[in-house]
Each structure stands twice: as structure tokens, then as C-alpha cells.
Unconditional design. Structure first.
Length: 293
């Protein structure tokens, strides 16, 4: 503050607007977002309000018929099933991924990097190759049934392929690393002094975990839940391959409308509905908790 004039002069904390150089640096990213995110979404939004003729061509005539079809009981049931499978996948990934992320985050630095590498190894292989590998493991003559029969745990091969169980297994395997990595980032930043203080104050392992560790790692948990639930909701490749098209999800319906059915307006309406659901779940996940006084 200038005591002579009584004027406040801000030297620090003032936000600088990006100059020409800053916008030039952002230009490639902005162009990529416009070309591959904004433009396709805008096209899909326009198509969702159009109609389809007898030949499957898009007729640019304003209509809400596609959105009316979205509310049909058949498609609402498929949407609810998709939410259920995505929720089950997210819950399993959280239960299985949290201990792994915690163990990696609390391990020594040398071992930690190797364990993280093991988590990332599956991404070095094609998604389709990994899915077909699981199909060969779970089929009636596959490795799993062969081992169980050899050990005499079962007397007949288990019918796992082309069932909801196979779909959930494929989804969990595909998205488990997306749960582990965000939680690991939060666990790595844990302050040991806070955990030791909880034990010094008489907290047991369960109490320290639920009242100290979980709240401190909540940002990683929320990020992992969003990274698993949202893409699992729209997945269609795993349900086609491992579900044998017997377990339809909303992603399969959208893919079919743009492919075999040639009903782009209805597929676009389903896609916009799914995008709206994504936005709602994202806002709920990012919503800040009210501060306690």
C-alpha cells in the first residue's frame, strides 16, 4: 500500500492474460479439440434432430422422434443394464485396485517403479489381442476350465463365455489400471506423520484406515471411479466379443444404429443422451463437499 496516496498497488497475485505467444502455443491443442471433439459433437447434435428416409439417408428436417424413441421401455432397460454393469465393474475395480494401489504407493521407490511398470504392461499389447486371450481362457475348452477339471474342483466345464459374467470380467480387466493409477497418486502423497498420529491417539488399523487414509485418498478414489465408470458405460467391443451380443449395452445399440440399422438420427440421439449422462456423472463426481465449520 502506498501510504502517501492511500492507493493499493498490487505487485503480486495479479493474473496476466496470455499474450500472442501463449495463444500460439495453445493453438495446436485448440485446433485438435475443435476438429475431433467440438465438431463431431455438433454434427451428432444436429443429426439427433433430423429424420431418416426409407433408404437410410439423413433428412435434415427438424424432428423429436428420435428422442421420443429413446424413452421406449426397451432402450431404457438396456440403458439401466448398462449403468448396472458399469457400476458393478467400478465397484470390483475399487475393491481390487485400492489394496494394490496402496501397496505400490507405500513400497520403496525402486520396487515402486517396477510394480507400476507391471500395471502398465498390458497396455503394450493390443486391446483386441488381450480380449481374445481372455476368450481363450474362459471358453469351455480353455485354460480355466482345464485347470479346474484337472484339479477335480468341477466335474463339468463352466459355461462362462457369452454371459454377463464374462462381460464383467472383460470390463474389470480392461479398466482396472485406470482405478489403480489415480489412487496410487493419492497414496504416494500420504503424510506418514498423520497416520502415526492416528495410532498414537489410540486409533486401530480399521479406524485409522476409515478416518484418515480413505479421506486423504478420496481425490484419487473419485478420479478412479470416473475413469472406470464413464468409459465402461459406453463400451461395446467387449460385450460384442465376450458377451456374444447376448448382453446388449447402450454402446452396442449406438454402434448398431450407425452400422447395420443405418439410422443415424436415432443413433445420434442415443449418443447425445449418453453424453448427457456422462456430464451428469462427471458433475456429481467433481462436486465439492461443503466445508465444515
Amino acid at each position: 500500500m502506498n501510504t502517501a496516496t492511500g492507493q493499493v498497488v498490487e505487485f503480486q497475485g495479479a493474473r496476466r492474460r496470455p499474450g500472442v505467444r501463449g495463444w500460439l502455443l495453445l493453438a495446436p491443442l485448440l485446433l485438435w479439440l475443435i476438429a475431433f471433439v467440438v465438431a463431431p459433437t455438433a454434427i451428432m447434435l444436429v443429426y439427433s434432430f433430423c429424420e431418416r428416409d426409407e433408404l437410410g439417408q439423413v433428412v435434415f428436417r427438424l424432428s423429436l422422434s428420435s428422442y421420443a424413441r429413446v424413452l421406449d421401455a426397451t432402450y431404457l432397460k438396456i440403458l439401466l443394464n448398462s449403468i448396472r454393469y458399469a457400476a458393478i465393474t467400478t465397484a470390483i475395480c475399487l475393491v481390487a485396485g485400492y489394496p494394490v494401489a496402496y501397496f505400490i504407493g507405500r513400497a520403496r521407490e525402486g520396487i515402486r517403479n517396477k510394480l507400476l511398470m507391471l500395471v502398465m504392461v498390458p497396455f503394450w499389447t493390443s486391446f483386441l489381442i488381450r480380449t481374445y486371450a481372455w476368450m481363450s481362457i474362459l471358453k469351455s475348452e480353455g485354460l480355466l476350465n482345464g485347470m479346474l477339471l484337472y484339479l477335480r474342483i468341477i466335474s463339468a466345464p463352466l459355461d462362462i463365455m457369452y454371459t454377463p459374467t464374462a462381460v464383467v470380467i472383460g470390463l474389470v480387466y480392461s479398466y482396472l489400471p485406470f482405478m489403480i493409477l489415480p489412487i496410487y497418486g493419492s497414496v504416494e502423497k500420504l503424510d506418514n506423520a498423520l497416520i502415526e498420529a492416528a495410532f498414537d491417539l489410540g486409533a486401530g488399523p480399521v479406524s485409522a484406515f476409515s478416518h484418515v487414509i480413505v479421506p486423504l485418498t478420496r481425490p484419487g478414489i473419485l478420479a478412479g471411479v470416473l475413469l472406470v465408470f464413464i468409459p465402461a458405460l459406453g463400451m461395446f467391443a467387449i460385450t460384442d466379443l465376450m458377451g456374444g451380443a447376448r448382453v446388449p449395452m447402450i454402446g452396442n445399440v449406438i454402434q448398431n444404429q450407425f452400422g447395420q440399422a443405418r439410422d443415424w438420427p436415432f443413433g445420434a440421439a442415443l449418443g447425445m443422451t449418453l453424453l448427457l449422462l456422462f456430464s451428469v456423472f462427471l458433475l456429481l463426481g467433481l462436486r465439492k463437499e461443503p466445508e465444515r465449520g
